[in-house]
Ligand binder design. Structure first.
Ligand code: HEC
Length: 446
């Protein structure tokens, strides 16, 4: 038989196993009925069900054996499951024989056999389930005992504590690779459930070579074209994202595949990307901000346009259209204070806002994009924006600012793009050059 055929047939095991479980349980229940209510005329039915149970158990065991040859299962769980399975087959055969010839055997033997059969059946089923669903499948949601942290990872006091491997990479591997690569079910003999087992590698040796991402089998596998037969994750499972691949590559290459490398030692873009995924205790943790639909509807009634950027972080894109502002922008803006931490993008173009309104805007500390073009804003107002430490894009086209504002803007380290068309700032101004040196893209075009 070819390997594929073995696997094909073996995969009927998980479906087929329900048959012997059903037959054997009905057999034992019927037997209790016969004994307790003295319905001896049903003994024939007990014999027949136990017979079906024994035969279907044998078939299930054979299918299971084929699956174990090739299914990527191994380890203790599998050994126990196999042993218990064969024991169930043997016991069900003996129980059938003893029942069929019950006048020749003691009742005690008969009943103990059936009791034992129920026990092995349960044990077999439980270990089988653990093999396919993971060891904690049964108890993961139990009201007792310690809950496994879902792939979220551990709770940190601050971003500074986060380790690239433990807090970012491992949760990714857990959700996208460990269904096939963990202890008890390690396809290609690769077990990713711990750093040590991951570094040990698979059937073809190490899959991670410190400081050599290019030669690392793991990187090769996840960067192949997705229709390549070596591509991972296999079987069309959800692939790694570009960011995930880049961070793992960085960790192997620059972080030397060291489990203790901190996230803050990596590049700014990785930190930005990974931060919302961390579970950080305390005020800075924005992961849990809930989107309040009623609140948003209220803002929309006032004329704001509100769009959800991320349901995970509660991030919002808020626009006040020119016609909705209608000379009343200062008043309307105050309503935004109730969602100030959720405003990531804000557009107030042409609404007539003034310097005094920017002190309110400066309280939106998560702001990443701010468009306040075509407003009578001056250098004084801009100085108030210095504290926006996450601001990346700022549009000041058509405002009254001069090159004197560039000093305060230079203090916003996160800034990436600055739009200055139709202002008193000229491309040749000294400040502009400084900005460009700090890698801010300054745009003068219309
Ligand atoms: C649906 C099951 C499945 C998933 C999910 C899966 N793999 Fe695999 N993986 C396999 C199988 C089967 C093999 C062995 C056959 C082969 O080498 O292609 C394997 C082998 C590998 C190997 C080679 C091990 C060696 O030494 O030969 C690497 C590396 C690997 N996987 C990485 C990953 C990574 C990284 C992920 C998550 C992004 C992943 N796998 C997810 C099924 C899976």
């Amino acid at each position: 038989m070819t390997e594929d055929l073995i696997t094909f047939i073996g995969r009927f095991h998980p479906v087929w196993v329900h048959l012997p479980i059903g037959f054997l349980m009905i057999g034992v229940l019927l037997k209790s009925y016969v004994v307790l209510l003295k319905k001896q005329n049903l003994q024939e039915a007990v014999n027949f069900t136990l017979f079906l149970g024994a035969v279907s158990a044998l078939i299930a065991a054979l299918l299971g054996f084929l699956l174990s040859q090739n299914g990527g299962y191994e380890g203790n769980l599998l050994d126990i499951h196999l042993a218990a399975g064969w024991l169930t087959v043997a016991l069900s055969g003996i129980a059938w024989w003893v029942n069929k010839n019950e006048e020749k055997y003691s009742k005690k033997l008969n009943y103990s056999l059936l009791g034992l059969l129920m026990i092995t059946l349960t044990v077999t089923g439980h270990f089988g389930g653990s093999l396919t669903h993971g060891e904690d499948y049964l108890t993961a949601y139990a009201p007792f005992g310690e809950k496994q942290e879902e792939s979220k990872g551990r709770i940190l006091a601050s971003v500074e504590e986060a380790e690239v491997f433990t807090d970012v990479i491992q949760p990714v591997l857990k959700s996208k690779c460990q269904s096939c690569h963990r202890s008890g079910k390690s396809k290609g003999e690769l077990d990713m459930s711990s750093y040590e087992s991951l570094l040990k590698g698979g059937e073809n040796g190490p899959v991670i070579l410190a400081a050599n991402a290019e030669k690392s089998e793991l990187i090769r596998r996840v960067t192949l074209p997705s229709d390549h037969e070596d591509f991972m994750p296999a079987e069309g499972k959800k692939p790694l994202t570009e960011e995930e691949i880049q961070l793992i590559t960085w960790w192997i290459e620059k972080g030397n595949a060291d489990p203790k490398v901190l996230l803050t030692e990596s590049d700014a873009e990785f930190i930005e990307w990974a931060k919302p995924k961390l579970t950080i205790q305390g005020a800075e943790n924005m992961v849990a901000i809930q989107i309040d639909t009623a609140q948003i509807q209220g803002l929309e009634k006032m004329g704001f346009r509100v769009r959800v950027l991320s349901h995970e972080t509660g991030a919002l894109d808020v626009v006040l259209p020119e016609e909705a502002a209608n000379g009343n922008a200062s008043e309307l803006l105050k309503a935004l204070l109730q969602i100030k931490d959720q405003i990531f993008w804000l557009t107030l173009a042409g609404t007539g806002i003034q310097d005094s309104d920017l002190s309110l805007v400066s309280q939106f500390s998560n702001l990443q994009r701010l468009r306040i073009e075509n407003n009578p804003i001056t250098d004084d107002g801009i100085a108030g924006l210095k504290g926006l430490s996450k601001l990346e894009i700022l549009n000041l086209n058509g405002t009254k600012i001069s090159s004197a504002a560039l000093g305060s803007l230079g203090e916003i380290k996160s800034l990436k793009s600055l739009y200055l068309w139709n202002t008193a700032v000229k491309p040749e101004d000294k400040g502009v050059e400084d900005m460009a040196l700090t890698e801010v893209k300054v745009v003068f075009g219309g």
